[in-house]
Write a protein that binds this ligand. Structure first.
Ligand SMILES: Cc1ncc(COP(=O)(O)O)c(C=O)c1O
Length: 441
């Protein structure tokens, strides 16, 4: 699979659903569904848009949000992308076979994988472990002590969650529960601990502002599929989110700067170099790039453009991945039932985690069945004319999780004329991680 960055004025086939989805149906007509498509042109559009929002900072690809090696390799082939942010150590070790810059974005407690890392000099040069406490260093040493193994590269994970003043019971912490390192003093202390331990090299810092990168700020109705879900309660919540995000961004800027400075000072005074300071995610690139303490950003979801990323004011990714479910029965005049459908996303349970039917228009899930394990009924005006064998098109709420449901991605490329999609061709079929026998999480 090969990608090129689009030039301005490249047609956006997905913006005319009435010609786009039928063209995709025709392109995959001879393949049994359920199947997952990846629109190469939409992916290129998204890849270019992430670079634009990153404003010149290199983009490290968050692999959990892609989970297909050929796709990751194709994106890494684009200028502006450098290295991956992996999600488990077994995955990072496998990725080190095809990528020379692998930062494991989360700590590991997997002693078997640590033993594999320590037994592989090349992997030790290519993989950076994430730590947020001395316990993570102890775990490595418990597998093999400093003299008996290669040097291990580590990065410090900084907490950038936000606790608003007088938050009361309603808000509490804004952001995620990850690292306990939240102040410059704590960052300095942990950096000193790493430097005092033989066999470790402190090479990087990561500070992920989840409350900005992963929480949408668009009002209902301004983000495509959300239009149908417009509600005053949701809008009131979004307005509160915007206020908290604005306050949190100031806090992120101030705290990341002092924490990074503290770590840098410890590393440099010992004659070392801080190679990278990673920040951000798809939803925050346009902000993160303004932080002078950051040297690179991480992003993944914005490549595939799942529905949770329809809810941001600063950008609108193209729906590069979609899945096709065939109609298998007609229980009644206004209902069509499709095969599968229960591809529900992780996170706080709610409607926004459900898959969204996008074609035909005017169909919806049945409340008491939802997205079913084997079958999913659809009802609404758009369901009336569906016949057994017809394809319906869906979008997942999240990016990489979609790849856990399929062995392969059918790479399609639409052709357009006068703003409409005239056809789509299958350009390639590439394996997902799962298709290569790799189920990491
Ligand atoms: C550490 C870290 N960085 C960046 C990201 C951003 O990933 P994405 O762009 O897929 O939202 C995540 C996602 O959870 C993350 O955990």
């Amino acid at each position: 699979m090969r990608l090129t960055l689009p030039t301005t004025g490249t047609p956006q086939a997905w913006s005319d659903p009435a010609s786009y989805w039928p063209a995709l149906s025709a392109a995959v007509a001879d393949r049994p569904g359920p199947l997952v498509t990846l629109d190469a042109a939409a992916l290129e559009h998204n890849a270019g848009d992430l670079l634009r929002r990153a404003g010149g900072l290199p983009v490290r690809v968050a692999t959990k949000s892609v989970r297909s090696r050929p796709v990751l390799q194709a994106v890494l082939g684009l200028p502006g992308y450098a290295g991956v942010l992996a999600y488990t150590l077994p995955e990072a070790l496998w990725a080190a076979g095809w990528c020379d810059d692998v930062v494991l974005g989360y700590p590991t407690a997997d002693r078997v994988a640590v033993a594999r890392l320590l037994g592989d000099e090349r992997a030790c040069r290519r993989v950076t472990l994430m730590v947020d406490s001395a316990e993570h260093l102890d775990l490595v040493d418990s597998v093999a002590g400093a003299g008996a193994r290669p040097e291990v590269r580590v990065a410090l994970d900084l907490d950038l969650s936000y606790e608003p003043p007088r938050a009361g019971r309603l808000t509490g912490r804004v952001g995620v529960y990850r690292s306990p390192v939240a102040t410059a003093a704590q960052a300095r202390e942990l950096a000193r601990q790493v430097l005092a331990r033989p066999g470790f090299r402190l090479v990087g810092v990561m500070g992920y502002e989840a409350q900005l990168a992963g929480v949408g700020d668009a009002l209902a109705g301004t983000g495509g599929p959300l239009a149908r879900a417009r509600s005053a309660a949701a809008d009131a919540r979004t307005l509160l989110v915007r206020r908290l995000q604005a306050a949190s961004w100031q806090d992120v800027l101030e705290r990341r700067a002092v924490m990074v400075a503290a770590v840098r000072e410890v590393v440099e005074s010992a004659g070392g170099t801080l190679e990278f300071v990673n920040g951000g995610g798809t939803g925050s690139l346009h902000l993160t790039r303004q932080d002078p303490s950051v040297t690179e950003v991480a992003a993944g979801s914005g490549l595939f453009g799942p529905t949770l990323f329809d809810r941001y004011r600063a950008f609108s990714p193209a729906p590069a991945t979609a899945f096709a479910l065939p109609v298998v029965r007609r229980p009644g005049a206004g209902v069509a039932t499709v095969l599968g459908g229960g591809w529900v996303a992780s996170g706080p349970p709610g409607h926004d985690r459900l898959p969204t039917p996008v074609w035909p228009p005017d169909v919806s899930l049945v409340t008491h069945e939802g997205a079913g394990e084997v079958q999913t009924p659809l009802r609404g005006p758009g369901a009336r004319d569906l016949r057994v064998g017809d394809l319906t098109w869906w979008r997942h709420a999240k990016a990489g999780e979609l790849c856990e449901h399929t062995d392969e991605l059918v790479v399609v490329r639409p052709r357009t004329a006068a703003g409409a999609t005239t056809a789509a061709e299958v350009e390639d079929v590439v394996p997902t991680y799962r298709g290569e026998g790799k189920a990491f999480l």
